[in-house]
Design a protein around this ligand. Structure first.
Ligand SMILES: [Zn+2]
Length: 226
């Protein structure tokens, strides 16, 4: 069983679902993406994604026209396994096609590139034995890329990442719900003060870098929220 938080871009609300491992993901059509596939090797019982990413998957699966084997999708930042500001931690990225030959994978990669559905499709030189594609949202806070700026009033799966980081580091946000409210704002300010960052309660380039450098791959702590 997993609790799945989904950011719905159409309503600007976070939605919460309870699903078993063999259930389809929320907003998935024709059971082409089960919870266990989206989870991959994540051990977390709390997962998150957004509606547009699920819709992109539906379209990608339709265009490709055959089942797509999913090796990895979601991971929580403390579980690690990806780059510090990877979209896998946002629940918007997929590593697929590990079961295919190189020629078959090239067909899948081309299908993803031509679909126009994804913000990024990794070139074969970087991931020769799987195909990575992801949706990414907003303008990256850092010029080098990564997550968008979030602040009080923001909602979505990037807020989930920040709340997860803050709680794991002991800066309690009073819940993990993808809504950047007063308690998250105060937690960000306390974190910034503790690290010598500008104390503005806004998670931009420097604060994102600091949070993710301190959390990615370090494992859960007693203050992590599930
Ligand atoms: Zn990937």
């Amino acid at each position: 069983m997993a609790r799945i938080l989904v950011y719905n871009q159409d309503t600007n609300r976070m939605e919460s679902f309870i699903r078993s491992e063999s259930d389809a993901m929320p907003y998935n059509t024709n059971r082409t993406l089960r919870v266990r596939e989206f989870r991959g090797s994540s051990k977390s019982n709390l997962l998150w994604t957004d509606k547009r990413t699920m819709q992109a998957w539906n379209s990608q699966r339709y265009i490709y026209g055959a089942p797509i084997y999913v090796g990895f999708a979601f991971k929580r930042p403390y579980e690690g396994g990806h780059g510090n500001q990877s979209q896998h931690y946002a629940g918007t990225a997929f590593d697929v096609g590990q079961n295919l030959t190189n020629a078959q994978r090239a067909v899948l990669r081309n299908s993803a590139s031509r679909s126009g559905l994804w913000g990024y499709v990794e070139p074969v030189t970087l991931s020769p034995t799987w195909v990575h594609f992801d949706r990414r949202f907003g303008t990256p806070a850092c010029s080098s890329g990564g997550y968008p700026i979030i602040r009080r009033g923001s909602r979505g799966n990037y807020v989930c990442i920040a709340q997860d980081d803050l709680n794991t580091l002991g800066f309690r946000t009073g819940g993990l719900d993808g809504v950047f409210g007063e308690q998250t704002y105060n937690a960000v300010r306390r974190y910034q003060a503790s690290r010598g960052l500008a104390v503005d309660g806004i998670i931009g380039c420097n604060t994102w870098r600091s949070l993710q450098e301190n959390v990615v791959g370090t494992g859960r702590t007693s203050t992590t929220i599930d």
